[in-house]
Design a protein around this ligand. Structure first.
Ligand SMILES: Nc1ncnc2c1ncn2[C@@H]1O[C@H](COP(=O)(O)OP(=O)(O)O)[C@@H](O)[C@H]1O
Ligand SMILES: [Mg+2]
Length: 499
């Protein structure tokens, strides 16, 4: 292996926090800002990130001489062999040393004269903690062509958050993640995935994702969803009507047990309402209030006798369900659907009736907002999963372009954050606060990220890591159509989504 350069002495180092090296043959082994290099030290193999690359040439040091010569019509380069004196000097920041036991903090600087090499794949892989055999390959390391294969447990078990401004590639990354999860073999451990798709962006996966995805992904429209009233307790019903009083909830409980007996577990909400209308025992004022709450719930047309879709049947290993909420306009109804389905899946998972699962929650701030005054019917369920899901292998992938508006009680439980481009100072602040691993320096780099590049911090990796998200295998969704394509499709009268 050819070295990139050699460590030199400067006024500032080498120290444990910075060293400088001269690039020996840039035409053969070039060096770029952001690249990782390795070199031997007393403590073991040191890994460092290139912070700056400086070009210098001593012939151009004296402004006066350069000016006079150039004014006289002669080029400096025609007199002296200047270009042979171009010099590349790079500064690098050590990030760890590799020992037998793994990576460790740096306690000793590198020696002047030490040869510097580009970091090798196996060193990088060990340093960041990739899972070469069984990991989810969501992208590759910039400048290194090293695939980023994240261990599924480390990435998902303690929940994941994908945060960035809109248009920066969050949904794209989630699709890549979904592809990776669905591509797992039975022997590697397969999970079930639910995508809560607020804009109908993932629906094309089942049609245009190639036959593998068409087989594994099914789309369920929000308007098709129906709750099984008989499995709902009074508390769960009260979750949809948070202003119900404790007395009303208690009465509802009594009523439900009577209906249950009389109807042998086969009833809808309108049956509960008829029972209540004929009930003489209940206090008239409580009855009136309760009827009001129940009528309002029944108007949503979500409460049936049976469950649609029957969740134990759709939540299978290696499969995904896209819950397309784009046809539901009311936020209240969207939250109710999400609350019901998540609660039900979590319950099934706790009883080991469905496989370990992942819920990809788009627009997470709509479903678990931070602000107390916002409507939040699904918040308590999501909080419960955020707190306890880990024990039952029930994971959340929260996606949001407004991390400030996302409940901190939930976001703080997400142990891995993948951050794409964010420029809003308030959102940057929220991101900085939500993760101890993010330094000022890194924060600045987040604002400069191009679309499709991301920073991973937290339990999935041993150290913060910048990646380029890989290309997805599925073809594009309707949201990636150009304006020209959409216009042509409109005139052609096609309502179909593009391939
Ligand atoms: N990794 C990537 N590679 C190529 N194109 C990407 C990548 N990430 C995002 N894009 C493109 O950028 C656009 C916005 O991505 P999207 O995932 O919809 O953003 P977001 O969900 O953050 O609003 C899309 O047109 C998508 O094709
Ligand atoms: Mg999106």
């Amino acid at each position: 292996m050819q070295p990139v350069g050699t460590v030199i002495c400067t006024d500032r180092g080498p120290t444990t926090s910075e060293f400088t090296f001269v690039v020996t043959s840039p035409e053969i082994v070039p060096v770029r800002r952001g690249q990782l290099v390795q070199l031997k030290t007393e403590d073991g193999l040191m890994l460092a990130v290139v912070q700056e690359v400086m070009m210098t040439n001593r012939f151009y040091y004296h402004a006066e001489a350069v000016k006079e010569l150039e004014r006289s019509g002669r080029m400096l380069s025609s007199i002296f062999p200047c270009d042979r004196w171009d010099m590349l000097i790079a500064t690098a920041k050590p990030i760890g040393v590799l020992r037998e036991e793994g990576f460790d903090k740096i306690t000793f600087p590198p020696s002047p004269g030490e040869k510097v090499y580009l970091a090798e794949r196996n060193v990088l892989s060990r340093f960041f903690g990739f899972d070469e055999e069984n990991g989810l390959e969501i992208g590759f390391m910039r400048y290194h062509d090293v695939p980023v294969k994240l261990n599924m447990t480390r990435l998902l078990q303690k929940h994941l958050a994908i945060l960035a401004m809109s248009g920066s590639g969050k949904s794209y990354l989630a699709t890549v993640l979904l592809e990776e999860v669905l591509a797992r073999e039975k022997s590697e451990g397969r999970i079930f995935t639910l995508v809560v798709d607020v804009h109908g962006e993932y629906t094309a996966l089942s049609q245009y994702g190639g036959w593998e995805l068409a087989y594994t992904v099914s789309v369920i429209k929000g308007s098709y969803v129906q709750f099984a009233t008989p499995i709902l307790t009074e508390r769960q019903l009260a979750m949809f009507q948070p202003d119900m009083s404790p007395v009303q909830v208690r009465e509802l409980g009594r009523l439900l047990s009577e209906v249950r007996k009389a109807r042998e577990d086969s009833y809808s909400l309108s049956d509960v309402i008829s029972f209540l209308e004929g009930d003489e025992k209940v206090n008239p004022r409580t009855k009136e209030a309760l009827l009001g709450w129940l009528y309002e719930l029944d108007e949503t047309q979500l409460f049936g006798v049976d469950e649609n879709p029957h969740l134990p049947d759709v939540a299978k290993p290696g499969r995904a369900v896209v819950l397309d909420l784009s046809d539901i306009l009311s936020l209240r109804k969207k939250q109710m659907i999400v609350a019901y389905i998540l609660q039900r899946l979590f319950d099934l998972r706790r009883r080991s009736l469905i496989p370990p699962s992942l819920v990809i929650l788009e627009e997470a701030h709509q479903f678990c907002p931070e602000a107390k005054q916002e409507l939040a019917l699904s918040k308590s369920v999501i909080e419960a999963i955020a707190r306890e899901g880990r024990k039952f292998h029930f994971s959340l992938c929260l996606i949001s372009q407004r991390p400030v508006r996302l409940a901190t009680s939930v976001l703080s439980q997400a142990n891995t954050h993948i951050i794409l481009r964010v420029t809003n100072p308030n959102d940057l602040k929220a991101i900085e606060l939500s993760s101890e691993m993010i330094t000022r320096e890194t924060l600045g780099m987040i604002a400069d990220l191009p679309v499709g590049e991301a920073l991973i911090v937290g339990s999935a990796v041993n150290a913060p890591l910048f990646i380029k998200v890989r290309r997805k295998k599925a073809s594009s969704s309707i949201y990636e159509e150009t304006m020209e394509e959409a216009a042509k499709r409109f005139e052609a009268g096609s309502t179909h989504q593009p391939a």
